[in-house]
Design a protein around this ligand. Structure first.
Ligand SMILES: Cc1ncc(COP(=O)(O)O)c(C=O)c1O
Length: 365
């Protein structure tokens, strides 16, 4: 099997050294001073103070490999999702865990079956390895078409079924019932990979976390990240939850261990508990609700959002609007070909959203 390093190498040639598959959101070149960054679904609140302290503390530890710290990291992450430590795999962001899952469970015979449109990384990695990608369009309500994905996996004799919940760029969810139905009907040799980068922003009454399904023994991998709600995108730490056997099969594809900064920061973050998550969710979703009312008042169609971003129908290809918004000092999400007339906007601070509104009025109307 091709290694993870070989896997991405061809596609990476010609890009700047820091570029990687996950970095479609990068905005090249000069930007106006004071540009607001509503393009990568980050959190303007940034890392909590306890995480900043943990990061500073880790400087003194950074002279060693710190292998003895990792069992505590796994234990802390496992406790945070009520699983055993052998069902946890960590990574440099959830991106690394997604890489590992694709490396381990797609093959020449077993395709990636992904809901579409979605964040392109999984498709690109699978194609870079010369493996097949089956794109299954989202349904009319923007949820994953679980029955069709299941049928495709059955036809292929297995593979990886993947969707984001909430999905990027649509900010839509696949419901509890759909997710449970899929988990219960997985064809043989099929792994369900649910990307939960944005799950903390979603309505928990409507969405089923893959973590619950892992707890119930399903052949499922749920990926989580500290990049979004926790505001720690630059720390590069995330994790996956999966049955111990799947974790064991993914481990060889890890790039390495994560840095001591990621480990200490993640441990500090999960210690903040549910009240911190709730407080951040409420704060961001309040901005989102106000923003959606503004769009409603102006007669713009958008997908009811469940992540920290909104996909707005601007009625024409977004390709010209994106650089014009940037010229106004507002970086918005990139163009997604399958929804080319829609602009993806991350929820920033109230002040940032006001700047967005002024630019949007000028550029879009
Ligand atoms: C759906 C989705 N999954 C995963 C990621 C990667 O996040 P990270 O590697 O920072 O955890 C992103 C980043 O924007 C994303 O949109």
């Amino acid at each position: 099997m091709i290694s993870r390093r070989q896997f991405g190498y061809g596609a990476l040639c010609g890009l700047a050294p820091e570029m990687a598959f996950a970095q479609h959101a990068a905005v090249p070149g000069e930007v106006p001073a004071g540009t607001v960054w509503l393009n990568a679904n980050e959190n303007p609140d940034g890392p909590p103070d306890q995480v900043k302290q943990a990061l500073s503390g880790a400087i003194a530890e950074s002279g060693r490999y710190n292998h003895r710290v990792f069992p505590s990291l796994h234990a802390a992450l496992a406790k945070s999702v009520d699983l055993e430590a052998d069902r946890i795999i960590t990574g440099a962001g959830s991106t690394e865990v997604l890489h590992c899952a694709l490396d381990a469970f797609t093959s020449a015979k077993h395709p990636l079956i992904t809901a579409w449109p979605t964040w392109e990384m999984t498709q690109e990695l699978t194609e870079a390895a010369g493996r097949t990608v089956v794109k299954v369009p989202l349904m009319k309500d923007w949820s994953a078409d679980v029955e069709r994905m299941c049928a495709e996996a059955g036809k292929a004799g297995g593979g990886v079924i993947h969707f984001g919940n909430p999905n990027n760029p649509t900010s839509s969810i696949t419901t509890k019932d759909q997710t449970r139905w899929l988990a219960a009907n997985l064809p043989p040799n099929t792994v369900l990979l649910i990307d939960e980068a944005y799950i903390q922003f979603a309505d928990s009454a409507k969405i089923e976390s893959g973590v619950n399904l892992v707890r119930e023994g399903g052949n499922i991998i749920a990926t989580r990240t500290f990049s979004k709600l926790y505001g720690m995108a630059g720390v590069r730490v995330g994790f996956g939850c999966a049955p111990a056997e799947l974790v064991r099969r993914m481990q060889p594809f890890r790039n390495n261990v994560i840095s001591i900064f990621g480990a200490r920061a993640a441990m500090a973050a999960v210690q903040l508990g549910d009240s911190f998550v709730e407080e951040r969710r409420t704060r961001r979703n309040r901005i989102r609700a106000g923003f959606c009312s503004w769009l409603d008042e102006r007669g713009f169609r958008f997908i009811p959002p469940q992540g920290n971003f909104v996909l707005i129908d601007i009625g024409r290809d977004v390709k010209d609007a994106i650089p014009r918004m940037l010229a106004e000092g507002v970086a918005v999400g990139r163009r997604f070909a399958a929804v080319s007339g829609w602009m993806r906007v991350t929820m920033g601070t109230q002040q940032e959203m006001e700047k967005f509104k002024a630019a949007f009025k000028k550029v879009v109307g």
